[in-house]
Design a protein around this ligand. Structure first.
Ligand code: HEM
Length: 531
C-alpha cells in the first residue's frame, strides 16, 4: 500500500496507521475496504482529481451534509441516560403501568438545555433551563418536557412564536446571542403582563444554576392522572435534586462563561464518569376538580403554580443518571421529546399552552430530524413491544411485517398484524366541553401580579437584592426609555420597594403608584406613536 505521508509513530514506537490485530479495517459507508485515505485519486502525481474517486466523493458528500437544523428553541443541551424507579405506588389515581409497582425501574434519558441561545452559546447565560425527561415505559415513551422554573411566560400557545422571536437575537443585527437583555425582549415582556411572574423567576438566582445537577425540574402544566375506573385527578410534576439547589452569582456566571463556556456539560460528564450519579426525586401535587375550583387562580393557567402549602408535594419516585452518551449527535441531538407522549392513565388538561405544545412538537421534530420516521432512531424508539401500520417515507427502518398493512383486515394473526385493545389502549378522559367557538382568554386568567409578588416576597433579602440588581442590569441594556419605564410601572404592581430600587438604579423617576400601569397590547397607542 503506498502512502506518501510519513507514518506517525504512536507511543512506544508502535504504528496505528494500518489495520491488523485489534484495529478494524477502514471501509466506505458501503463496507468496501479502504487502502489509502490520505490521497485522492489523481491523473498523474500533480494532475486533477478524478470523478471516478467514489471514496473521496462519498466522504466529502457525507461531510457536506453533517449539519441538521438546530432546535428552534433549547438548541444548546446536554443529555445522559439513567433510570426511573417508583418508590410509592400511584395505582389508586392512575392506571399508568410505570406508576404501579414500587421498586420497578425503567430506562430514562434526560436532556437539559438553555432556551434562547444557539447551539454554540455559553452554559451560564441568564436563562430558563429545559429539563426534558423521556421514560421508556412498557406502554410507550412518556416525555415530561419541563423546565427548571415552575411557571411560564405566556398563557396561550398562540403567543409562543412572538415570545421566542422577542427573546432570540434581533432580526436585523443578530445579537445579543444568549441573553435576555435587549429592547425586543423587554418590549414584548412589558406589553405582556402575564409574563411578570416568570420574569421574577428568571431575574432570580434560579436562572444561573451552579450545575445541571443542582436544579429543580417542573412539568409546569396541570396534567391529569386517570385510574382504572376512569376517575381523574389533577397533577403537577416536580423533580427535586438530591444534590440540593445551588446557583452562582452573576459576576461568577460572567467569568465562567468566558473561561469555560462548557462548564455545565463538563460538570455533568465528569460527575457521571466519576460515579457520582446525580439523582432527583419525582414529586406530585395531587388535587381534584372541586379543590381546583377553590383556588383564586385557574389551574389551567401556566403562569401560576400551586403553592406547596396548599397542596404538598408527595415523593413517589427517583431518577438517577448513571451513564453518559456514547455519541452526542446520535443521542442528545437526535432525541425528540414531545409533550403529547403520555401512556394510558396520564392525560392532558385544557391548559391552552399545553394544548398548543401538543401540536407543535411533532411538527418540529419532522422538520428538524427530516423524516416522519424519526421514531425509528434508537434514542427515540420505544423499548416496549410496538406494532402499527405506518410505513415507508424517508429512512424507513421498521416497516410492518406480514401481508396486511391496513386494518380492519380479515387475515389471521400471522399475516394480519396488530389489533386495537380497548381495555389496555389509551383513552382520553371524557371531559365535558361546551360553549361558543371564539378567540378568547378566560377571565380566570386575569390576575398577573399576585404570584409574582408572592415569589418576590418569599425570597431572602439577599435574593431580593439579586433580583433588583438583575433587572437594573438587564434594563440598563435597553435603549428605549419608554420600555424601561413601562417595565418599572409593572414592578409597582408587584412590590413598591423593588420598583423604587430599579427606578433608582436606572436614574428614572418612579411612576405615580396610582398610575401603576397595566398596559396590555390592547391599550397601546398606534405603533407609530411609540417610535
Ligand atoms: C423544545 C415548542 C413551551 C420546554 C421545544 C421545541 C419547540 C418547542 C418547537 C424544539 C423541539 C426540538 O426541536 O426538539 C414549544 C411551544 C411552547 C413551548 C410551542 C408553548 C406554546 C414550553 C414550556 C416548556 C417547554 C412551557 C416547559 C414546561 C421545552 C424543552 C425543550 C423544548 C425542555 C427542549 C427539549 C429537548 O431537550 O430536546 N419547545 N414549547 N416548552 N421545550 Fe418547548
Amino acid at each position: 500500500m503506498s502512502n506518501s505521508f510519513a507514518e506517525p509513530q504512536a507511543e512506544g514506537g508502535e504504528t496505528h496507521q494500518f489495520a491488523g490485530g485489534d484495529v478494524a479495517v477502514l471501509t466506505t459507508a458501503h463496507g468496501i475496504p479502504v487502502a489509502d485515505d490520505q490521497n485522492s485519486l489523481k491523473q498523474g502525481a500533480r494532475g486533477p482529481i478524478l470523478l471516478e474517486d467514489s471514496h473521496f466523493r462519498e466522504k466529502m458528500f457525507h461531510f457536506d451534509h453533517e449539519r441538521i437544523p438546530e432546535r428552534v428553541v433549547h438548541a444548546r443541551g446536554y443529555g445522559a441516560h439513567g433510570y426511573f424507579e417508583l418508590t410509592e405506588s400511584l395505582s389508586d389515581v392512575t392506571r399508568a403501568d410505570v406508576l404501579q409497582r414500587v421498586g420497578e425501574r425503567v430506562h430514562a434519558f434526560v436532556r437539559f438545555s438553555t432556551v434562547a441561545g444557539s447551539k454554540g452559546s455559553a452554559d451560564l447565560a441568564r436563562d430558563v433551563r429545559g429539563f426534558a425527561v423521556k421514560l421508556y415505559t412498557q406502554e410507550g415513551n412518556w416525555d415530561i418536557v419541563g423546565n427548571n422554573i415552575p411557571v411560564f411566560f405566556i398563557q396561550d400557545a398562540i403567543k409562543f412564536p412572538d415570545l421566542i422571536h422577542a427573546a432570540k437575537p434581533e432580526p436585523d443585527r443578530d445579537f445579543p446571542q444568549a441573553q435576555t437583555a435587549h429592547d425586543n425582549f423587554w418590549d414584548f415582556i412589558s406589553l405582556t403582563p402575564e409574563s411578570f411572574h416568570m420574569v421574577m423567576w428568571t431575574m432570580s438566582d434560579r436562572a444561573i444554576p451552579r450545575s445541571l445537577r443542582m436544579m429543580e425540574g417542573f412539568g409546569v402544566h396541570t396534567f391529569r392522572l386517570v385510574n382504572a375506573d376512569g376517575k381523574s385527578t389533577f397533577v403537577k410534576f416536580h423533580w427535586k435534586p438530591k444534590q440540593g439547589l445551588q446557583s452562582v452569582m452573576w459576576n461568577e456566571a460572567v467569568k465562567i462563561n468566558g473561561a469555560d463556556p462548557d462548564f455545565h456539560r463538563r460538570d455533568l460528564w465528569d460527575a457521571i464518569n466519576a460515579g457520582d450519579f446525580p439523582e432527583w426525586e419525582l414529586g406530585v401535587q395531587l388535587f381534584d376538580d372541586a379543590f381546583a375550583d377553590s383556588f383564586d387562580f385557574d389551574v389551567l393557567d401556566a403562569t401560576k403554580l400551586i403553592p406547596e402549602e396548599l397542596v404538598p408535594v408527595c415523593i413517589v419516585g427517583r431518577l438517577v443518571l448513571d451513564r453518559v452518551v456514547d455519541n452526542f449527535f446520535a443521542e442528545t441531538e437526535q432525541v425528540a421529546f414531545m409533550t403529547q407522549n403520555v401512556p394510558p392513565g396520564i392525560d392532558f388538561s385544557n391548559d391552552p399552552l399545553l394544548q398548543g405544545r401538543n401540536f407543535s412538537y411533532l411538527d418540529t421534530q419532522i422538520k428538524r430530524l427530516g423524516s416522519t420516521n424519526f421514531s425509528h432512531l434508537p434514542i427515540n424508539a420505544p423499548k416496549c413491544p410496538m406494532a402499527h401500520f405506518q410505513q415507508d417515507g424517508h429512512m424507513a427502518m421498521r416497516n410492518p411485517k406480514g401481508r396486511a398493512n391496513y386494518e380492519p383486515n380479515s387475515w389471521g394473526a400471522a399475516q394480519g398484524g396488530p389489533r386495537e385493545d380497548p381495555a389496555r389502549g389509551f383513552t382520553s378522559f371524557a371531559q365535558d366541553a361546551d360553549g361558543p367557538k371564539q378567540r378568547v382568554r378566560s377571565e380566570s386568567f386575569a390576575d398577573y401580579y399576585s404570584q409574582a409578588r408572592q415569589f418576590f416576597t418569599s425570597q431572602t433579602p439577599i435574593e431580593q437584592k439579586h433580583i433588583g440588581d438583575a433587572i437594573v442590569f438587564e434594563l440598563s441594556k435597553v435603549e428605549r426609555p419608554d420600555i424601561r419605564s413601562r417595565t418599572v410601572s409593572h414592578l409597582l404592581n408587584i412590590d413598591a420597594k423593588l420598583a423604587q430600587t430599579v427606578a433608582d438604579g436606572l436614574g428614572l423617576p418612579l411612576p405615580d403608584p396610582a398610575q401603576a400601569a397595566r398596559p396590555t397590547m390592547m391599550d397601546l397607542p398606534p405603533s407609530d406613536a411609540l417610535s
